[in-house]
Design a protein around this ligand. Structure first.
Ligand SMILES: [Zn+2]
Length: 285
């Protein structure tokens, strides 16, 4: 249930689960002050639902923790899902320094989503380098978009686990589709976040060593995930806007004309699928 693999070797979920047991102790007494109280704004209304907490950074990461806190990125995702869904069990989003790799992860053993401070710095560095090569967009804004998409992706793993949702196909693809489903329902900020995630996957794909390609990886290749998000963006566009605003998405490379012709159907299918999966669990709001 790793999110971004980057250019480095990917860690199987089984390895993560084993490691998670070792690092499961979070806010110990010694760290209680640094961990701080659980965010009230993101506290679930009942015994279940999503909550947010932050661990003290270790060996750097204070700027990234502050970035998350000031923008309330985890809190906003938690509030959105708590408002929309009845969740009988707790799901905790934990901002923290991760040990070796900085890959965000949902751990079914603990019900926690780890959001690694190092991942935030890595994404921002990629966007800053991209900006210097002439690409448009504010690096902080694009980083915030990727983090929000990441949180929805990991939340999808948590919902599949806690609500025992049935699905077919690769869970990683389904989780990407959930991120697109939630973000594309949020207007322009959500669209910008999903485009930032598509751009970020394209950067990972550009920087990857072909020798590291792993056909048995549970994730689709980064270039494929990038194309998927561009496709959903294009497919969700109102028909009258498609010719103008969204034409740039179909660049013939990251998204081809042939795939673009399928995208409205793909987007409609994923939205219908997730609506049906969540229908028994929706609140009335
Ligand atoms: Zn995943």
């Amino acid at each position: 249930m790793l999110h971004h693999a980057g250019a480095g070797p990917r860690i199987p979920a089984t390895v993560w689960r084993a490691r998670a047991l070792v690092v499961a102790g979070v806010c110990t007494a010694a760290l209680a002050t640094a961990c701080g109280p659980r965010s009230q704004a993101a506290a679930p209304p009942t015994g279940g639902g999503l909550s947010v907490s932050y661990q003290a950074p270790r060996g750097g990461g204070a700027d990234e923790r502050d970035f998350l806190r000031e923008r309330r990125l985890p809190e906003k995702v938690a509030e959105d899902l708590n408002r929309s869904l009845r969740l009988p069990e707790r799901i905790e989003i934990v901002g923290r320094s991760c040990k070796k790799d900085d890959t965000p992860e949902y751990d079914p053993e603990t019900g926690r989503i780890a959001l690694c401070y190092g991942f935030i710095g890595e994404v921002r560095s990629m966007f800053e380098a991209d900006r210097s090569s002439g690409a448009e967009g504010d690096a902080d804004e694009r980083t915030a978009g990727v983090i929000t998409e990441t949180l929805y992706h990991e939340a999808a793993h948590a919902l599949i686990d806690k609500l025992d949702l049935p699905f077919t196909g690769r869970e990683e693809d389904v989780a990407d589709q959930f991120a697109a489903y939630r973000l594309l329902g949020q207007g322009e900020p959500g669209r910008a976040a999903l485009l930032a995630a598509a751009d970020n996957y394209a950067l990972y794909a550009r920087d990857a060593d072909p020798a590291d390609a792993d056909p048995s990886d549970e994730h689709a290749p980064d270039a494929v995930r990038s194309a998927g998000y561009r496709c959903y963006l294009y497919g969700s566009a109102p028909r009258h806007k498609r010719a103008a605003e969204y034409r740039a998405l179909v660049d013939g490379k990251r998204l081809t004309k042939e795939r673009a012709a399928l995208c409205q159907g793909e987007y409609d299918d994923l939205r219908r699928g997730w609506r049906q999966l969540l229908a028994p669990h929706m609140t009335d709001r």
